[in-house]
Ligand binder design. Structure first.
Ligand code: 6R9
Length: 648
């Protein structure tokens, strides 16, 4: 094999679900006869009405339609809870580890059942039923999982908004899916600091300026005092005391929506990605089992937030469908100290640990000491997700965190894909640091050049997926045309991921990052257009262009070129003001790292901003700007280079 290879260790193969030969055989079967393959694996979940049809999908322009198991009915909460009660009612379903290391608790499957039924009854009493949207704006507490599963139980559709988003962002997402009910907490707690969740909800509802939101359900987390509007707001504990802990799970069609999750694209407002019931759960549970080589009795920990897709598929739905013990962590990697992750691993004897490269890189900065003072003997598999993991961070994860004993799974996927698409399998795949390696069962990656020509063998190009898999998103909420336009029009007949990749001679994929105007900051997706429109909304700003640039810890940082209105002075005070502005407008994850005041931006004669040039300058690599002769005013480039903010 080509390049640095770490062979599958004998210990990883022992008792693993698949070895290399089995992977190849199953993969082959999955792509040659998807109906047979998924017909068999579709039965890994329980169906109320068994399906007779398996795959009914088309990527054809104008007729994009994705249906899996369409004549079956089931319920996600039933699969994640009820079906386990007979065999594992007393097993821990969720280990909750609080922000404060002295706070943790275990919730058994039986307790989970009671809690979810209660939450479902509270929702039902407020008129929530099949197909209704419910917005969740929650901290990482068990009630977040209860709320998700309660919606699923009723056939309602949850739309989670990450707790770090601003009231404005929350408002547009509540509006986008017209939720009449919002579930939140008084305050969140992260790294010892309080996050004013309920106050943000109040602010968001005020901005909506309508009576769309009829009910706000408030979980008491910190007990901090918050405003409660009579008739609209209710404390969850008070409402829960009025209902029973029994609530039937509603049988819904396989294609009934399970959730909407807003995600950033290269243009316009964030899109409401729609995932449905049957195919999603089959895919989330199957990937959770095989990718992490999940085994009965394992303690599994994914450090994501439920506000992101990783939290949906790999904290809640995949693990619980498999009857696993899933750990939910309220805090951050650096509180109270940079040993926190590893202390939690030791405290709860975690076997499988799944985190993001940005967390690994930030902990790397603190050296080996904080890691090595912990045991970590329970660990067996280490996962990575969210952005490309650079080989140095990979090696540190492998050598220092995993003591060269644990396998690493670098899992490539997207909000849109519902579950992991390209990844090693611990017992099967020889590893290469920095490569997401090979496709999961049923996934047909295709590399294309800019013209859409399919490339063969070792190559570099744009990553497409040639055919559907059960976890794929079904539509953009309320805008199927945008769904087709965004994902199926660039290369007709294929799903275009927006990512660039290299495929090596061994058929391994190396994801190089987004090729569109989406940047990835600490694993969080951000459309440059969103940050730009926030900046230009500031009264002193005339024009703005935002690009990503390489950042040691965050992967990419946000670099903003800002042209001010005539007569305005660009100084550090205004830089601060603009950063605060964007934080308030979108949320802290969108804060620009560097702002360059620019008298002009490089534009073509037709007025298009040449981002290629802005990216190069932001990378501090202006030796090779390429052809600038088509610029309307070539001189602006010199000024931009002169005043660049990112200098080696
Ligand atoms: C699950 C998730 C999706 C984008 C995706 C890609 C990047 C995610 C990656 C990775 C390289 C990996 N990405 N995992 N790049 N290697 N293992 O992160 O979803 O928030 O929608 O982001 O993240 O660029 O297109 P989402």
């Amino acid at each position: 094999m080509e390049g640095k290879v770490i062979e599958v260790q004998t210990a990883w193969r022992e008792g693993a679900h698949v070895d290399d030969a089995k992977y190849r055989q199953m993969y082959e079967a999955s792509v040659t006869d998807p109906d047979a393959f998924w017909g068999e694996h579709g039965r890994r979940i329980d169906w109320m009405t068994p399906f007779s049809k398996v795959k009914n999908t088309s990527f054809e322009p104008g007729k994009v339609s994705i249906k899996w198991f369409e004549d079956g009915t089931t319920n996600v909460a039933y699969n994640c809870i009820d079906r386990h009660l007979k065999t594992r009612g007393d097993q821990t379903a969720i280990i909750w580890e609080g922000d404060n290391p002295d706070e943790s608790k275990h919730i058994t499957y039986r307790e989970l059942h009671a809690q979810v039924c209660r939450m479902a009854n509270v929702l039902r009493n407020r008129g929530v039923g099949k197909g209704d949207r419910v917005t969740l704006y929650m901290p990482m507490i068990p009630e977040a999982a209860y709320a998700m599963l309660a919606c699923a139980r009723l056939g309602a559709i949850h739309a989670i908004v990450f707790g770090g988003f601003s009231p404005d962002s929350l408002a547009s997402r509540i509006q986008g899916c017209t939720s009449k009910v919002v579930i939140t907490a008084d305050e969140g707690l992260r790294g010892g600091r309080r996050v004013p969740l309920k106050a943000n909800v109040d602010e968001a509802i005020k901005r909506l300026g309508s009576d769309l939101v009829e009910h706000v359900i408030v979980v008491r987390r910190t007990g901090g005092s918050v405003a409660m509007e009579a008739g609209r707001d209710v404390y969850y504990d008070e409402a829960a005391a009025q209902v029973t802990d029994e609530c039937p799970a509603e049988a819904v069609e396989a294609e009934h929506p399970l959730f909407i999750l807003y995600t950033s694209g290269s243009t316009g407002q964030p899109k409401g990605v729609v995932h449905t019931t049957g195919g999603y759960l089959v895919y989330a549970s199957m990937t959770h089992q095989y990718v992490f080589d999940y085994r009965e009795g394992d303690v599994y920990w994914c450090t994501a937030d439920v506000g992101w897709v990783t939290g949906h598929s790999y904290i809640v739905y995949g693990p619980l469908a498999n009857g696993a013990t899933t750990l939910m962590f309220e805090g951050i990697p650096t509180y109270p100290s940079t040993s926190r992750f590893w202390e939690v691993v030791d405290k709860h004897k975690v076997n499988i640990f799944y985190t993001a490269p940005t967390a690994i890189r930030s902990l790397m900065g603190g050296g080996e000491g904080p890691v090595k003072k912990t045991s970590r003997q329970s660990l067996r598999v280490l996962g990575s997700v969210g952005e490309p993991i650079n080989p140095e961070a990979w090696e540190w994860y492998y050598n220092v965190v995993g003591d060269r004993r644990c396998s690493i799974v670098d899992t490539w996927w997207q909000t849109e894909t519902g579950g992991i698409l390209i990844t090693p399998l611990p017992g099967a795949t020889a590893l290469k640091p920095g490569s997401a390696t090979r496709p999961f069962f049923g996934v047909s990656p295709e590399m294309v050049d800019a013209e859409g020509k399919v490339l063969q063998g070792a190559c570099e190009g744009n990553l497409c997926i040639a055919d559907s898999w059960p976890g794929q998103m079904r539509t953009v909420y309320g805008d199927h045309e945008r769904f087709e336009q965004t994902y199926f029009s660039t290369y007709p007949g294929k799903y275009f991921t927006g990512d660039g990749a290299r495929r090596d001679a061994d058929g391994y994929y190396w994801i190089t990052g987004r090729v569109d105007d989406v940047i990835n900051v600490s694993g969080h997706r951000m459309g440059t257009a969103e940050v730009e429109s926030s900046l230009v909304a500031h009264p002193k700003v005339a024009e703005a262009a935002v690009v990503g640039y390489p950042h040691n810890v965050k992967g990419q940082g946000i670099y903003a070129y800002v042209t001010l209105n005539d007569g305005e002075e660009g100084d550090d005070a205004l830089r601060k003001e603009l950063v605060t502005w964007v934080r308030k407008d979108i949320g802290p994850i969108a804060s620009p790292d560097l702002i360059q005041f620019a008298p002009g931006l490089p534009k073509t004669r037709s007025g298009k901003i040449m981002r290629r040039i802005l990216r190069k300058i932001a990378e501090d690599d202006f030796g090779s700007l390429g052809d600038t002769s088509t610029l309307a005013e070539p001189a602006v480039v010199e000024d931009l280079i002169e005043n660049r903010q990112n200098r080696a």
